[in-house]
Write a protein that binds this ligand. Sequence first.
Ligand SMILES: [Zn+2]
Length: 270
Amino acid sequence: MSRIEHGEVEGLRVGRFPGKLNTACILYRVGDTIIDTGPPNMWPAVRRFLEERQVTQAVVTHHHEDHSGNLAPIRRATGAEIYSPEESLTRLAKGFPLRLYQRVLWGRPDRVKPRVVPARIPVAGGLSLTTVAAPGHSHDMTCYLEAERGWLFSGDLYVSSKTVYLRQDEDLPRHLASLRAVLQLDFNTVFCAHRGVLRDGHKALERKLDFLESFRQRVADLAQQGRSPREITRQLLGREDLMSWITGFHYSKRNLVQACLAASGVNEKG
Ligand SMILES: [Zn+2]
């Protein structure tokens, strides 16, 4: 567990293995508003954080269990209004399949029916969050912009400027389009749900977009030379490692290469 403070924003990093970037998740608080809620198995730590001050509303960036996992207990414990993107509602209400590693790392969220997050949510101190759709990492990925302060709560849009692993169900072309669209907005500080506070966040997102675009080009070039996806993966990213094995290849290097091939219209088999 570790704390984050930046201006009026407080954060709590929670996870069973908090040192590991992708297994810990950060929930942020601005006044009485919570942005993302942490994984279900971290509820005791989240509850202690919430007890520090009144909570009147919680919003999530997308349905993944490490972000939405405590929506139901937050509503039960605090009576806060809970919100999600419209595209998240079905999965949050009906549940969604979790792999073994997800159940072990994060636990299974209770089903919940949040309200659809409005285009603009007032938060404490005259600030407000503007909803910015940014699909790709997931179909419902949504960022929240605080224009006065130049803040972007980016959920899983960023995570890292050099992507190594891709989740099997990520849509790379949509993710790239979302990065381009978000980069049109005016902000400096990015509050990433895994990386933490990025003071030069706009530049960090630019670096990520540049990296992914040039990586995709390198993959396409190697495919043109007749290299197989396996060979391309080995050459550009090295062998699959613990992350791929633990997640049963739900996250893997190969997924990133195959998504690049699909996006470039190159045959992805082989
Ligand atoms: Zn996610």
